[in-house]
Design a binder for this molecule. Structure first.
Ligand code: PEP
Ligand code: MG
Length: 539
């Protein structure tokens, strides 16, 4: 039995045969052509076909994995139609008199290298995309179809890397999971694995995937491990685990449509945390009663420049429309600390978690904040929006936020742009300062949401990113619970409501305790919503 470790991008388990996929390693030979016009015409014809394929893939992806994940195929189509890319290929064919496939291959590599050398992580990852596009073009040119159908039984794909279109073209019913030697959690392939709900490991430490082709394997995304040729004991242990897992999942389905209510009859709001549209789809699928925390900064992190008002408006509108009349709490930009991106040009700091982040950036760079607020208030017309402010420590900050909101609303009114006037405004309680003055803050806002991830790190002075301090970290520290209780009482005294969106809210060991303290809403990741409902109904 061989045991390999990797990084899990989706926590599930599968058992099956490994199939090595060499995907995009097609070799292209160079030869001289005589008639460059007809070679260019061949290239153009192939390019047109590839564009059609990508349009079909886009439609397929929309149906199967949602709009967010489908966007990559639209981006690929745009790359194919990019005039610089087209010109580079045509120039090579006409000046060097080389065959089209070779010209495409050289151009693809050149563009990929250009992306690889960029500073920004997101742009660097686009190197795979441009390679993927060129590969598709070469295969189309030689009439070679991308072969996802060669498998006659469901398999676990083992590959050096997979492109998004490789992943999507494998018939879903035949794909149990995949393990890749390369890949990053940010890549579109990882995103697709999550949206398809299949166990997957990236960065698997092995020198040669190929030699495991045809071998039996257990891929355990829960523990980030894969067992190849498992011994009998491991095999039967996992057979049991898989059976238990699927029984558990099936049983939980019966909770869809049921009320989230405690034994004593208290109704609790069961909301989901989300970072993109796919999470929202997952939330809907798992019967979320609302979105309790939409981390809007992910939209900024995915971009190589500030997302425009229109881009943001579209994204928020889609989230709201997907949720219908259910409440959607969008948190304003919480960039900084561990969530950094180049174009904000944030300085390196001694203490980034206690540094220039979130609301502090919004209040000192109001042009960024105003763009987001304009998009939010405009999108508010399309659903049940609430806005939440992160990292608050004082009353003055709330006053400043309210002033900016008024300015934004006045400007929208003057421009004749429709917007929602009355949107609930809440704050996160994630600093001890906010918890300790929660009685005052409660008078100024409509609700609280307790962010225990940060509240715990600031209360215990333990960096949440630092693995070495885990030994000292106590997620159930009495001091954290005191601050939570204090905040709940403060907001209830004003007749308003309070939720919890930090990871402690998903800790079943304290569900009962939090309910007894008076928490009105739990916001957890979409995958555990039904388990959470079960737990609350038993509390
Ligand atoms: C928190 O701090 O608990 C929280 C939910 O916000 P984030 O994890 O995004 O910092
Ligand atoms: Mg936080």
């Amino acid at each position: 039995m061989v045991t390999l470790y990797g990084e899990s991008v989706y926590k599930d388990i599968c058992i099956g045969k490994l199939s090595y996929y060499g995907g995009k390693e097609s070799t292209v030979t160079q030869y001289q052509i005589e008639d460059s016009d007809s070679e260019i015409a061949n290239y153009k014809e192939a390019s047109q076909k590839a564009v059609e394929q990508l349009k079909m893939l886009y439609d397929k992806a929309i149906r199967e994995v949602g709009e967010d994940s489908a966007a990559i195929f639209e981006a690929h189509r745009m790359m194919l139609e990019d005039s610089e890319y087209q010109k580079a290929i045509e120039t090579l064919i006409s000046t060097e008199k080389v065959n089209a496939a070779y010209a495409i291959s050289v151009t693809g590599k050149k563009f990929a290298k250009m992306f690889q050398n960029m500073d920004n992580d997101y742009m660097r990852e686009r190197a795979v995309d441009v390679q993927d596009v060129s590969d598709r073009l070469i295969k189309t040119l030689s009439n070679e179809t991308l072969d996802g159908n060669k498998f006659d039984e469901p398999v676990i794909i083992a590959a050096r890397d997979l492109t998004p279109s490789d992943t999507l073209q494998f018939p879903k019913e035949k794909l149990l999971g995949f393990m890749l030697e390369q890949g990053s959690a940010n890549s579109h392939t990882a995103i697709l694995a999550r949206s398809m709900g299949i166990p997957a490991l990236i960065s698997v430490q092995t020198l040669c995937m190929e030699k495991y082709d045809g071998h039996q394997a257990i891929l355990d995304g829960e523990n980030s491990v894969v067992y190849i040729d498992p011994d009998e004991e491991t095999f039967s242990e996992y057979e049991k685990k898989v059976a238990e897992l699927s029984k558990k999942k099936k049983k939980l389905q019966s909770l869809k449509g049921k009320e989230t209510i405690t034994r004593s009859g208290r109704k609790i709001r069961l909301y989901a945390n989300a970072g993109n549209l796919m999470d929202v789809d997952n939330a809907v699928e798992n019967d979320a009663e609302g979105i309790g925390l939409f981390r809007s900064e992910f939209l900024y992190l995915e971009n190589s420049d500030f997302p425009t008002e229109e881009q943001q408006f579209e994204a928020y509108k889609q989230v709201l429309e997907k949720m219908g009349d259910r409440q959607v709490i969008i948190r304003t930009l919480d960039i900084g600390a561990d969530k950094k991106t180049d174009y904000f040009k944030l300085d390196d700091e001694e203490n980034p978690a206690m540094g220039y982040r979130a609301l502090r950036i919004c209040l000192t760079r109001p042009e960024i904040f105003k763009t987001q607020l304009r998009a939010l208030y405009r999108a508010g017309c399309y659903g049940n929006l609430a806005i939440m402010i992160p990292m608050v420590i004082s009353l003055e900050e709330i006053q400043m936020v309210r002033e900016i909101i008024l300015q934004v609303q006045q400007e929208l009114k003057q421009e004749g742009k429709p917007y929602k006037e009355n949107v609930e405004l809440g704050i996160m309680i994630e600093t001890p300062a906010a918890a300790l003055i929660s009685d005052k803050l409660a008078k100024e806002v409509d609700f609280f949401s307790i962010g225990t991830n940060d509240l715990s790190q600031y209360t215990m002075a333990i960096d949440r990113q630092n693995q070495n301090l885990q030994h000292f970290f106590n997620p159930h520290h009495e001091a954290v619970f005191k601050l939570i209780e204090m905040s709940i009482q403060a907001i209830h005294n004003e007749g308003k409501w309070v939720g919890i969106c930090g990871e402690l809210g998903a800790d079943f060991d304290v569900t009962q305790k939090l309910i007894e303290m008076g928490i009105d809403e739990f916001s957890v990741s979409p995958g555990i919503l039904l388990e959470m409902r079960k737990k609350i109904r038993e509390s």
